[in-house]
Design a protein around this ligand. Structure first.
Ligand code: ATP
Ligand code: ATP
Ligand code: MG
Ligand code: MG
Length: 289
Protein backbone atom coordinates (compact mmCIF):
# COMPACT_ATOMS: atom_id res chain seq x y z
CA UNK A 1 0.00 0.00 0.00
CA UNK A 2 1.26 3.50 -0.81
CA UNK A 3 2.31 5.53 2.23
CA UNK A 4 0.93 9.02 2.50
CA UNK A 5 0.45 11.59 5.21
CA UNK A 6 -3.27 10.87 5.04
CA UNK A 7 -2.90 7.30 6.05
CA UNK A 8 -3.21 7.98 9.79
CA UNK A 9 -7.00 8.15 9.29
CA UNK A 10 -6.98 4.36 9.11
CA UNK A 11 -6.37 4.39 12.89
CA UNK A 12 -9.88 5.75 13.43
CA UNK A 13 -11.36 2.41 12.33
CA UNK A 14 -12.89 0.55 15.26
CA UNK A 15 -12.05 -3.04 16.07
CA UNK A 16 -15.22 -5.12 15.74
CA UNK A 17 -14.09 -8.74 15.77
CA UNK A 18 -16.77 -11.05 17.08
CA UNK A 19 -16.02 -13.16 20.16
CA UNK A 20 -13.96 -16.22 19.17
CA UNK A 21 -15.31 -19.75 19.51
CA UNK A 22 -18.97 -18.67 19.44
CA UNK A 23 -21.74 -19.34 16.94
CA UNK A 24 -22.34 -16.25 14.80
CA UNK A 25 -25.90 -15.60 13.69
CA UNK A 26 -26.49 -12.89 11.11
CA UNK A 27 -30.17 -12.01 10.85
CA UNK A 28 -31.32 -9.86 7.98
CA UNK A 29 -34.81 -8.34 7.73
CA UNK A 30 -36.61 -6.59 4.89
CA UNK A 31 -36.91 -2.84 5.39
CA UNK A 32 -40.48 -1.57 5.28
CA UNK A 33 -41.87 -4.79 3.84
CA UNK A 34 -45.34 -3.94 5.12
CA UNK A 35 -45.36 -1.16 2.51
CA UNK A 36 -43.60 -3.29 -0.09
CA UNK A 37 -46.26 -6.04 0.29
CA UNK A 38 -48.99 -3.50 -0.43
CA UNK A 39 -47.12 -1.94 -3.35
CA UNK A 40 -46.63 -5.29 -5.16
CA UNK A 41 -49.94 -6.82 -4.04
CA UNK A 42 -48.49 -9.70 -2.05
CA UNK A 43 -51.19 -12.24 -1.27
CA UNK A 44 -52.13 -12.20 2.41
CA UNK A 45 -51.16 -13.80 4.69
CA UNK A 46 -48.57 -15.73 2.64
CA UNK A 47 -47.45 -14.81 -0.84
CA UNK A 48 -45.78 -17.97 -2.10
CA UNK A 49 -43.79 -16.13 -4.82
CA UNK A 50 -42.30 -13.76 -2.25
CA UNK A 51 -41.29 -16.65 0.03
CA UNK A 52 -39.77 -18.57 -2.89
CA UNK A 53 -37.81 -15.46 -3.84
CA UNK A 54 -36.48 -15.04 -0.27
CA UNK A 55 -35.47 -18.71 -0.30
CA UNK A 56 -33.78 -18.47 -3.71
CA UNK A 57 -31.74 -15.44 -2.57
CA UNK A 58 -30.80 -17.18 0.71
CA UNK A 59 -29.87 -20.38 -1.14
CA UNK A 60 -27.52 -18.36 -3.34
CA UNK A 61 -25.93 -16.82 -0.22
CA UNK A 62 -25.42 -20.23 1.44
CA UNK A 63 -24.03 -21.66 -1.81
CA UNK A 64 -21.53 -18.80 -2.23
CA UNK A 65 -20.45 -18.41 1.37
CA UNK A 66 -19.19 -21.83 2.44
CA UNK A 67 -18.74 -20.80 6.07
CA UNK A 68 -22.53 -20.74 6.58
CA UNK A 69 -23.63 -24.02 8.10
CA UNK A 70 -27.41 -23.46 8.20
CA UNK A 71 -29.93 -20.72 7.48
CA UNK A 72 -33.53 -20.26 8.59
CA UNK A 73 -36.08 -17.94 7.01
CA UNK A 74 -39.61 -16.75 7.70
CA UNK A 75 -41.57 -13.74 6.40
CA UNK A 76 -39.08 -11.04 5.33
CA UNK A 77 -36.21 -12.31 7.49
CA UNK A 78 -33.39 -14.82 7.24
CA UNK A 79 -30.87 -15.98 9.85
CA UNK A 80 -27.49 -17.23 8.65
CA UNK A 81 -25.41 -19.30 11.06
CA UNK A 82 -21.61 -19.42 10.97
CA UNK A 83 -19.88 -22.28 12.74
CA UNK A 84 -18.08 -21.32 15.94
CA UNK A 85 -14.75 -22.22 14.33
CA UNK A 86 -15.35 -19.77 11.46
CA UNK A 87 -12.50 -17.34 10.71
CA UNK A 88 -14.03 -15.48 7.76
CA UNK A 89 -12.74 -11.85 7.66
CA UNK A 90 -11.05 -12.48 11.03
CA UNK A 91 -14.65 -12.52 12.32
CA UNK A 92 -15.02 -8.78 11.77
CA UNK A 93 -18.73 -8.03 12.35
CA UNK A 94 -19.13 -5.22 9.83
CA UNK A 95 -17.43 -7.22 7.05
CA UNK A 96 -19.50 -10.34 7.74
CA UNK A 97 -22.85 -8.54 8.11
CA UNK A 98 -22.37 -6.23 5.13
CA UNK A 99 -21.28 -9.12 2.90
CA UNK A 100 -24.37 -11.14 3.80
CA UNK A 101 -26.75 -8.19 3.42
CA UNK A 102 -25.37 -7.07 0.08
CA UNK A 103 -25.09 -10.58 -1.39
CA UNK A 104 -28.64 -11.35 -0.31
CA UNK A 105 -30.05 -8.05 -1.59
CA UNK A 106 -28.23 -8.38 -4.92
CA UNK A 107 -29.75 -11.84 -5.49
CA UNK A 108 -33.18 -10.72 -4.29
CA UNK A 109 -33.26 -8.01 -6.92
CA UNK A 110 -31.58 -10.13 -9.59
CA UNK A 111 -34.13 -12.95 -9.12
CA UNK A 112 -37.19 -10.72 -8.64
CA UNK A 113 -38.36 -11.04 -12.27
CA UNK A 114 -38.20 -14.85 -12.08
CA UNK A 115 -40.79 -14.85 -9.30
CA UNK A 116 -42.73 -11.72 -10.31
CA UNK A 117 -42.50 -11.80 -14.13
CA UNK A 118 -45.39 -9.35 -14.59
CA UNK A 119 -44.47 -6.86 -11.87
CA UNK A 120 -41.26 -4.91 -12.52
CA UNK A 121 -39.47 -3.37 -9.55
CA UNK A 122 -39.41 0.40 -9.14
CA UNK A 123 -37.76 2.66 -6.55
CA UNK A 124 -37.62 2.57 -3.63
CA UNK A 125 -36.01 -0.85 -4.27
CA UNK A 126 -36.16 -3.66 -1.69
CA UNK A 127 -33.42 -3.41 0.93
CA UNK A 128 -32.48 -5.30 4.10
CA UNK A 129 -30.89 -4.51 7.43
CA UNK A 130 -28.64 -6.95 9.26
CA UNK A 131 -27.05 -7.65 12.64
CA UNK A 132 -24.69 -10.23 14.08
CA UNK A 133 -25.19 -11.94 17.43
CA UNK A 134 -22.81 -14.45 19.06
CA UNK A 135 -24.11 -17.50 20.89
CA UNK A 136 -21.63 -19.30 23.15
CA UNK A 137 -23.21 -22.77 23.28
CA UNK A 138 -25.01 -25.18 20.97
CA UNK A 139 -27.95 -25.00 23.37
CA UNK A 140 -28.13 -21.18 22.93
CA UNK A 141 -27.92 -21.57 19.16
CA UNK A 142 -30.62 -24.26 19.12
CA UNK A 143 -32.81 -22.06 21.34
CA UNK A 144 -32.27 -19.15 18.93
CA UNK A 145 -33.38 -21.30 15.97
CA UNK A 146 -36.35 -22.63 17.99
CA UNK A 147 -37.31 -19.06 18.90
CA UNK A 148 -37.53 -18.08 15.23
CA UNK A 149 -39.51 -21.22 14.29
CA UNK A 150 -41.94 -20.81 17.19
CA UNK A 151 -42.41 -17.19 16.09
CA UNK A 152 -43.19 -18.44 12.59
CA UNK A 153 -45.79 -20.85 13.98
CA UNK A 154 -47.50 -18.33 16.27
CA UNK A 155 -47.62 -15.60 13.60
CA UNK A 156 -48.79 -17.95 10.89
CA UNK A 157 -51.63 -19.41 12.95
CA UNK A 158 -52.76 -15.91 13.89
CA UNK A 159 -52.41 -14.54 10.34
CA UNK A 160 -54.15 -17.54 8.75
CA UNK A 161 -57.11 -17.13 11.10
CA UNK A 162 -57.20 -13.34 10.82
CA UNK A 163 -57.10 -13.30 7.00
CA UNK A 164 -59.67 -16.12 6.74
CA UNK A 165 -62.06 -14.00 8.81
CA UNK A 166 -61.39 -10.98 6.60
CA UNK A 167 -61.18 -12.61 3.16
CA UNK A 168 -63.64 -15.50 3.27
CA UNK A 169 -67.41 -15.01 3.22
CA UNK A 170 -69.14 -13.37 4.98
CA UNK A 171 -65.99 -11.20 5.30
CA UNK A 172 -65.36 -9.38 8.55
CA UNK A 173 -63.72 -5.99 8.80
CA UNK A 174 -60.17 -5.98 10.14
CA UNK A 175 -61.02 -4.34 13.45
CA UNK A 176 -63.76 -6.86 14.26
CA UNK A 177 -61.49 -9.78 13.31
CA UNK A 178 -58.75 -8.42 15.55
CA UNK A 179 -61.16 -8.08 18.44
CA UNK A 180 -62.53 -11.57 17.93
CA UNK A 181 -59.00 -13.01 18.06
CA UNK A 182 -57.74 -11.01 21.00
CA UNK A 183 -57.04 -13.27 23.97
CA UNK A 184 -57.62 -16.51 22.02
CA UNK A 185 -55.31 -19.51 22.45
CA UNK A 186 -53.92 -21.71 19.70
CA UNK A 187 -56.66 -24.31 20.22
CA UNK A 188 -59.36 -21.62 19.82
CA UNK A 189 -57.88 -20.53 16.48
CA UNK A 190 -57.72 -24.14 15.20
CA UNK A 191 -61.36 -24.58 16.23
CA UNK A 192 -62.45 -21.29 14.70
CA UNK A 193 -60.73 -22.09 11.39
CA UNK A 194 -62.39 -25.49 11.25
CA UNK A 195 -65.89 -24.62 12.43
CA UNK A 196 -66.26 -21.49 10.29
CA UNK A 197 -64.22 -22.30 7.18
CA UNK A 198 -63.64 -26.09 7.28
CA UNK A 199 -59.90 -25.33 7.25
CA UNK A 200 -57.74 -27.89 9.05
CA UNK A 201 -54.68 -25.85 10.01
CA UNK A 202 -52.52 -28.99 10.05
CA UNK A 203 -53.10 -29.32 6.29
CA UNK A 204 -51.72 -25.86 5.53
CA UNK A 205 -48.47 -25.91 3.47
CA UNK A 206 -45.35 -26.78 5.50
CA UNK A 207 -43.51 -23.73 4.11
CA UNK A 208 -46.09 -21.50 5.85
CA UNK A 209 -46.19 -23.45 9.13
CA UNK A 210 -42.50 -24.25 9.54
CA UNK A 211 -40.63 -21.59 7.58
CA UNK A 212 -37.58 -22.55 5.49
CA UNK A 213 -34.36 -24.26 6.50
CA UNK A 214 -31.35 -24.20 4.16
CA UNK A 215 -28.32 -26.44 4.57
CA UNK A 216 -25.89 -28.67 2.67
CA UNK A 217 -27.29 -32.11 1.98
CA UNK A 218 -25.33 -35.24 2.85
CA UNK A 219 -26.41 -38.78 3.68
CA UNK A 220 -28.67 -38.79 6.73
CA UNK A 221 -27.36 -40.43 9.90
CA UNK A 222 -29.44 -42.80 12.08
CA UNK A 223 -30.43 -40.82 15.18
CA UNK A 224 -28.91 -42.23 18.36
CA UNK A 225 -29.70 -41.26 21.90
CA UNK A 226 -26.49 -39.29 22.32
CA UNK A 227 -26.42 -35.70 23.57
CA UNK A 228 -26.42 -33.60 20.40
CA UNK A 229 -24.87 -30.51 22.02
CA UNK A 230 -22.06 -32.44 23.68
CA UNK A 231 -21.25 -34.49 20.59
CA UNK A 232 -21.19 -31.37 18.46
CA UNK A 233 -18.68 -29.72 20.77
CA UNK A 234 -16.49 -32.83 20.77
CA UNK A 235 -16.67 -33.08 16.99
CA UNK A 236 -15.91 -29.40 16.56
CA UNK A 237 -12.86 -29.89 18.77
CA UNK A 238 -11.75 -32.91 16.71
CA UNK A 239 -12.14 -30.77 13.60
CA UNK A 240 -9.08 -28.71 14.57
CA UNK A 241 -7.21 -30.63 11.97
CA UNK A 242 -4.57 -30.61 9.27
CA UNK A 243 -4.53 -28.19 6.35
CA UNK A 244 -4.91 -31.04 3.82
CA UNK A 245 -8.00 -32.30 5.63
CA UNK A 246 -9.32 -28.72 5.66
CA UNK A 247 -8.88 -28.52 1.89
CA UNK A 248 -10.64 -31.87 1.40
CA UNK A 249 -13.56 -30.68 3.53
CA UNK A 250 -13.76 -27.44 1.56
CA UNK A 251 -14.01 -29.37 -1.71
CA UNK A 252 -16.69 -31.64 -0.31
CA UNK A 253 -18.66 -28.65 0.99
CA UNK A 254 -18.46 -26.99 -2.43
CA UNK A 255 -19.73 -30.19 -4.08
CA UNK A 256 -22.68 -30.71 -1.75
CA UNK A 257 -26.16 -29.79 -2.88
CA UNK A 258 -27.77 -26.92 -0.98
CA UNK A 259 -31.26 -27.90 0.13
CA UNK A 260 -34.33 -25.79 1.00
CA UNK A 261 -36.47 -27.71 3.49
CA UNK A 262 -39.57 -27.00 5.59
CA UNK A 263 -39.13 -29.14 8.67
CA UNK A 264 -39.12 -29.02 12.46
CA UNK A 265 -35.80 -27.74 13.79
CA UNK A 266 -36.92 -27.56 17.41
CA UNK A 267 -36.75 -31.29 18.21
CA UNK A 268 -33.43 -33.19 18.41
CA UNK A 269 -34.22 -35.40 15.43
CA UNK A 270 -33.32 -32.82 12.75
CA UNK A 271 -29.89 -32.17 14.31
CA UNK A 272 -29.13 -35.81 15.13
CA UNK A 273 -29.74 -36.94 11.56
CA UNK A 274 -27.60 -34.11 10.19
CA UNK A 275 -24.56 -34.00 12.49
CA UNK A 276 -22.50 -32.06 9.91
CA UNK A 277 -24.49 -28.88 10.62
CA UNK A 278 -23.13 -28.57 14.16
CA UNK A 279 -19.81 -30.41 13.69
CA UNK A 280 -18.87 -28.58 10.46
CA UNK A 281 -17.46 -31.93 9.30
CA UNK A 282 -18.96 -32.63 5.84
CA UNK A 283 -20.89 -35.89 5.59
CA UNK A 284 -21.08 -38.37 2.72
CA UNK A 285 -22.33 -37.01 -0.59
CA UNK A 286 -25.41 -39.10 -1.47
CA UNK A 287 -25.04 -41.25 -4.59
CA UNK A 288 -26.92 -39.96 -7.65
CA UNK A 289 -30.02 -42.03 -8.23
P1 ATP B 1 -39.11 -3.04 9.34
O1 ATP B 1 -38.45 -2.19 8.33
O2 ATP B 1 -39.09 -2.48 10.73
O3 ATP B 1 -38.66 -4.48 9.33
P2 ATP B 1 -41.49 -4.10 8.13
O4 ATP B 1 -42.67 -3.41 7.54
O5 ATP B 1 -40.62 -4.87 7.19
O6 ATP B 1 -40.68 -3.03 8.95
P3 ATP B 1 -41.71 -6.56 9.68
O7 ATP B 1 -41.99 -6.69 11.14
O8 ATP B 1 -40.38 -7.02 9.21
O9 ATP B 1 -42.02 -5.04 9.31
O10 ATP B 1 -42.85 -7.34 8.96
C1 ATP B 1 -42.80 -7.72 7.63
C2 ATP B 1 -44.19 -7.65 7.03
O11 ATP B 1 -44.16 -8.17 5.72
C3 ATP B 1 -45.21 -8.45 7.81
O12 ATP B 1 -46.40 -7.74 7.86
C4 ATP B 1 -45.38 -9.70 6.97
O13 ATP B 1 -46.65 -10.27 7.09
C5 ATP B 1 -45.15 -9.16 5.57
N1 ATP B 1 -44.65 -10.21 4.67
C6 ATP B 1 -43.38 -10.65 4.57
N2 ATP B 1 -43.30 -11.65 3.69
C7 ATP B 1 -44.54 -11.86 3.21
C8 ATP B 1 -45.09 -12.79 2.28
N3 ATP B 1 -44.34 -13.70 1.66
N4 ATP B 1 -46.41 -12.73 2.02
C9 ATP B 1 -47.19 -11.81 2.64
N5 ATP B 1 -46.74 -10.93 3.53
C10 ATP B 1 -45.42 -10.94 3.83
P1 ATP C 1 -12.05 -7.05 -0.10
O1 ATP C 1 -13.11 -8.07 -0.42
O2 ATP C 1 -11.23 -7.40 1.07
O3 ATP C 1 -12.60 -5.67 -0.04
P2 ATP C 1 -10.97 -6.21 -2.66
O4 ATP C 1 -10.29 -7.02 -3.71
O5 ATP C 1 -12.31 -5.65 -2.98
O6 ATP C 1 -11.03 -7.10 -1.35
P3 ATP C 1 -10.09 -3.51 -1.94
O7 ATP C 1 -9.04 -3.14 -0.96
O8 ATP C 1 -11.48 -3.15 -1.63
O9 ATP C 1 -9.95 -5.06 -2.23
O10 ATP C 1 -9.59 -2.88 -3.29
C1 ATP C 1 -10.36 -2.75 -4.41
C2 ATP C 1 -9.48 -2.93 -5.63
O11 ATP C 1 -10.24 -2.61 -6.79
C3 ATP C 1 -8.26 -2.02 -5.66
O12 ATP C 1 -7.15 -2.73 -6.17
C4 ATP C 1 -8.68 -0.88 -6.61
O13 ATP C 1 -7.55 -0.31 -7.25
C5 ATP C 1 -9.56 -1.64 -7.56
N1 ATP C 1 -10.59 -0.77 -8.16
C6 ATP C 1 -11.69 -0.31 -7.53
N2 ATP C 1 -12.42 0.46 -8.36
C7 ATP C 1 -11.78 0.46 -9.54
C8 ATP C 1 -12.03 1.07 -10.81
N3 ATP C 1 -13.12 1.83 -11.03
N4 ATP C 1 -11.17 0.85 -11.82
C9 ATP C 1 -10.09 0.08 -11.61
N5 ATP C 1 -9.77 -0.51 -10.46
C10 ATP C 1 -10.60 -0.33 -9.41
MG1 MG D 1 -39.07 -6.07 7.91
MG1 MG E 1 -39.65 -9.03 9.56
Amino acid sequence: MANSRFEYVKQFEQVDNLLPNTWIVVRIDGRGFTKLCAKYNFEKPNDRRALDLMNAAAKAVVTEIHDITIAYGVSDEFSFVFHKSCTLFERRASKIVSTIVSTFTAYYIHLWSTYFPDTPLSPPLPSFDGRAVCYPSVQNLRDYMSWRQVDCHINNLYNTTFWSLVQLPPGMDAKAAEQLLSGTLAADKHELLFSRFKINYNNEPEIFKKGSVIYRDYELVEPGNHDVAKTADELAEAVRQSKTQDDKDKKRRAKAKVLVDHVDIIKDDFWERRPWILSNKPGKIPKET
